[in-house]
Write a protein that binds this ligand. Structure first.
Ligand SMILES: Cc1cc2nc3c(=O)[nH]c(=O)nc-3n(C[C@H](O)[C@H](O)[C@H](O)COP(=O)(O)OP(=O)(O)OC[C@H]3O[C@@H](n4cnc5c(N)ncnc54)[C@H](O)[C@@H]3O)c2cc1C
Length: 408
C-alpha cells in the first residue's frame, strides 16, 4: 500500500500533452497529473491548425509506405502504430463524442470544421478527470519537478533550441523548419501568381529528393503540396545550403507517363496535326495558357510567335526540355500559413522505442513534436502526437501495474 498517490508532470500543454494526460488518467484514475504550460493559453497550435479546422489525422488510404509521409521517424511510427494508429485515433475521438469526416484527399477533420471542437473536448475531459492545468508556468529544469514520480516532456518542436530543460539530455538533433514554400526570384514566374498545375513533379537536381502533386505559383515563387513535401523531404539539406539550391520542375508529369522521349513524341504529333497554327495558340498537355506563354517565351524567345511547322529540331528539344526539366534557383524559404513543423528534436536513439522513455533518465518520457519525428501536411503531425502520447500513457501505466499485466 502506497502512502500517497503517484504523480506525473507533463511539461507542455499542446496536443501531445493533453492527449497523454487524458489517456493516462483514464488508465490510472488514482494518478495525480499536472500539465505545465508556459503560455497563458493551452492548445494554441490546435486552435490555428488546418486553417482553424484542425486536420487531426488522415485515412492513410493513399499511403503505401510510411516514409512517404514521415520523412523522419517512419520506422518508429510503424512500430508504434501496432498499438495505436490512425484508426485508433479516429475511434478515440468518436468515442469521446467528436464526429469526424474524411475528405476526398484523405484528410480527417472534425465534422464541425472547427478546431474548437477538439480543444473543448480536451478541456472538458481534463476537467472531468481532475487533471490540473497550470498555465504561465514555464519549467526551466527537471529539478523543479523532483517530487513527481514520472515526467513527460511534450514541449513541441523548436523548444529544444532554447530550453535549459534539455541540458541533461545527451542526444539532440538540432531543430530546423520543415513545410515551407520556396522563394524564387523570377518576375515572369511571379506574374503567373495563382496558377495551379494539378500534377507536377519537383526535385532538387543532384539529390534524391523529389515529390509530386499540385503546384501553386505564388507572387514570391512556388507553393502547393508538391513543394511542401519537397521542403519536408529536404528540410535539413535546404537548411545547410541556406535555402539556396536548384529546383527542377516537370510541368507535365501528371499528363504523360514515361520519359522526355514520350513528351517529344507528343510534341512532334502536335506539330504534324497543327502545322499552320501559331505555337502560342495550341497548348499541349492542357497547360494553363499563361504558363504555356511563359514557358514558350523562356525556351524560344521571339520564336514563340512562329507556326508549329517552322520549329526546327533544336527548338522542339528546347521545348520538351522546359516542359520536363525546367530549372530554377531557390532563393529562400517563405512561411506557409497553414502549417509548419520542426525537423529534429530528441533523437530516437535516445529513447526506448517501446515506451519512449529516456535511455539516460528513468521515468522521463517524450511525446509529440519534441521527438525527432515529423510528417508532411495532411494530419500526419497530429497523428504522431496522438500515437506517441498514447504510447507514453500506456508505458507509465505498465510501470505501475503488477508485473503480469504489463502491456509490452
Ligand atoms: C499554423 C500551424 C498549423 C498546423 N496545422 C496542422 C494540421 O492541420 N494537422 C497536423 O497534423 N498538424 C498541423 N500542424 C502541426 C501540429 O500543430 C504540431 O505537430 C502539433 O501541435 C505538435 O504538438 P505538440 O503537443 O508536440 O507540440 P505543441 O503543440 O507545440 O505544444 C507544446 C506546448 O509546450 C509548451 N512549452 C514549451 N516549452 C515549455 C516549458 N519549458 N514549460 C512549459 N510549457 C512549455 C508550448 O508553449 C506549447 O503550448 C500545424 C502547425 C502550425 C504551426
Amino acid at each position: 500500500m502506497r502512502d500517497r498517490n503517484l504523480k506525473t508532470a507533463i511539461i507542455g500543454g499542446g496536443a501531445a500533452g493533453f492527449f497523454l494526460a487524458i489517456n493516462l488518467k483514464e488508465l490510472c484514475p488514482e494518478m495525480e497529473i499536472t500539465i505545465f504550460e508556459k503560455s497563458r493559453k493551452v492548445l494554441a497550435k490546435v486552435e490555428v491548425s488546418g486553417g482553424g479546422r484542425c486536420n487531426c489525422t488522415n485515412s492513410f488510404a493513399s499511403v503505401r509506405d510510411l516514409s512517404q509521409v514521415y520523412p523522419r521517424g517512419h520506422r518508429l511510427m510503424k512500430r508504434l502504430f501496432k498499438r495505436f494508429d490512425y484508426r485508433d485515433a479516429y475511434a478515440w475521438f468518436e468515442r469521446h463524442g467528436v464526429r469526424l469526416v474524411t475528405q476526398e484527399d484523405e484528410c480527417v477533420f472534425p465534422a464541425s470544421q472547427d478546431s474548437h471542437t477538439i480543444i473543448n473536448l480536451f478541456l472538458f475531459e481534463a476537467r472531468r478527470l481532475g487533471i490540473e492545468i497550470r498555465t504561465e508556468h514555464k519549467i526551466e529544469s527537471l529539478e523543479e519537478l523532483s517530487d513527481y514520480d514520472f515526467i513527460a516532456i511534450t514541449t513541441g518542436g523548436m523548444s529544444i533550441s532554447n530550453s535549459s530543460l534539455f541540458t541533461l539530455h545527451s542526444s539532440l538533433i538540432p531543430p530546423v523548419p520543415s513545410l515551407f514554400t520556396f522563394s524564387i526570384e523570377d518576375e515572369g514566374l511571379h506574374a503567373l501568381m495563382g496558377t495551379v498545375i494539378e500534377d507536377a513533379s519537383v526535385s532538387i537536381p543532384g539529390t534524391k529528393f523529389r515529390s509530386n502533386g499540385p503546384l501553386l505559383i505564388t507572387h514570391w515563387g512556388m507553393s502547393g503540396p508538391s513543394i511542401l513535401k519537397l521542403s519536408s523531404y529536404a528540410a535539413r539539406e535546404l537548411h545547410e545550403h541556406q535555402y539556396q539550391m536548384p529546383l527542377a520542375v516537370n510541368w507535365i508529369s501528371g499528363k504523360i507517363s514515361g520519359n522526355q522521349e514520350a513528351a517529344k513524341e507528343e510534341i512532334i504529333k502536335l506539330q504534324a496535326q497543327s502545322p499552320m497554327f501559331k505555337v502560342s495558340k495550341v497548348r499541349p498537355f492542357d497547360l494553363p495558357s499563361r504558363l504555356w506563354g511563359y514557358l514558350l517565351e523562356k525556351s524560344l524567345g521571339e520564336r514563340a510567335q512562329n507556326r508549329w511547322q517552322n520549329l526546327n529540331k533544336k527548338e522542339v528539344n528546347r521545348l520538351v526540355n522546359i516542359l520536363c526539366n525546367d530549372t530554377y534557383q531557390i532563393a529562400g524559404r517563405a512561411a506557409f500559413k497553414d502549417e509548419f513543423v520542426t525537423c529534429g528534436g530528441v533523437s530516437l536513439s535516445a529513447v526506448d522505442p517501446n515506451t519512449l522513455e529516456s535511455k539516460d533518465i528513468p521515468h522521463l518520457y517524450f511525446a509529440g513534436e519534441v521527438l525527432d519525428i515529423d510528417g508532411i501536411t495532411g494530419g500526419f503531425n497530429f497523428q504522431a502526437a496522438w500515437t506517441t502520447a498514447y504510447t507514453v500513457a500506456q508505458a507509465i501505466n505498465s510501470v505501475i501495474l503488477p508485473k503480469d499485466d504489463t502491456f509490452m
